[in-house]
Design a protein around this ligand. Sequence first.
Ligand SMILES: Nc1ncnc2c1ncn2[C@@H]1O[C@H](COP(=O)(O)OP(=O)(O)OP(=O)(O)O)[C@@H](O)[C@H]1O
Ligand SMILES: [Mg+2]
Length: 366
Amino acid sequence: MASITIRDVTKSYAKMQVVHGVSLDFASGEFVVILGPSGCGKSTLLRMIAGLEDISGGTIAIDGTVVNKLEPRERGCAMVFQNYALYPHMSVSQNIGYSLKVSGVPAAERTQRIQAVARTLELEHLLDRKPMALSGGQRQRVAMGRAMIREPKVFLFDEPLSNLDAKLRVQMRSEIRKLHRRLAATSVFVTHDQVEAMTLADRLVVMNGGRVEQVGTPAEVYSRPASRFVATFVGAPAMNILEGTVTLDGLSLLGDSRKLNVSRTGLPVGSKVAAGIRPESVRLVAAGTPGALEATVDLVEELGAGRVVYVDLDGAPFSVVTSETVHPVPGSTVGLQFSEADLHFFSSETGSRLDVFKASVPEPAL
Ligand SMILES: Nc1ncnc2c1ncn2[C@@H]1O[C@H](COP(=O)(O)OP(=O)(O)OP(=O)(O)O)[C@@H](O)[C@H]1O
Ligand SMILES: [Mg+2]
């Protein structure tokens, strides 16, 4: 087990900077997930921890020792990649034991450790097979085994499940979680899949454009997103955003058609803000219900347990998740209700969360 301390880390390729001053602290034994869109620098950050990429600026320390100049094998990290990178001509047993062989561990001890790892990963019956003769999930477990056998202080995962089909992905997710509970090694897991991130993480790091947008538990990130980016990136369907303007006595939404009674805006009259509401915080009511916003139904998506209703709200797309037994028809008019207390506010200029916007009198419906 090992802690990881990342301080003001930057990365540039030639003249292009792709990681901009990232500072993070991972506790010993923690399972951290780095989540962000394609190209935001997740793999680059992970590879800098592993030593597969030079660090352009700042420091990375593992268990208090700065590792910037250490070779990958001196850092005590094991990495599991998306494409597994198994040796095709070697058996499962040889693949798992390869690193021990290279470092001169005697054959008897090697066999014993391979057996132990294979038992943990339920690969014992497959030890003589070649990777070609394995399923995707089995290959993934071999890749895990190869990382585990070195008894690393830190596991680094770079989208290890994205080549698997949906069912297997869910299954491997819980296996990785179980394995972590047993081994308790510090784990950093990179993904752009937010469901994977939410279900695996003790703590979530949301990245965008080479910067950290927010660090927190999945529940914190979901319930108090630090920025408009996080608000719309985490959660599916995405949080609805209504553009608003600060007025003398509060805030107006949807081009003046709705007024919100909020206190202490802290921003000059006329400032633009974005108000966010999660699709699951909106109730569908009959058109014409007093106080409800009117919208036209575009599309209804059945989820089995409920449905997503996509509507057009004054020309803007808006979605509602409902488990009620309403079946709105595309083209029909519906009413939308939500509580002001469920609104999130962000500066239109910087995208940062604005907590000065506390609804002064929480009203049941807008
Ligand atoms: N060897 C390289 N040379 C130049 N630019 C690179 C190199 N590797 C990555 N980049 C750039 O750095 C940025 C971050 O890449 P990175 O691979 O870290 O993204 P990522 O978040 O892992 O994305 P994905 O989810 O698609 O894997 C991207 O803009 C990418 O084009
Ligand atoms: Mg990547």
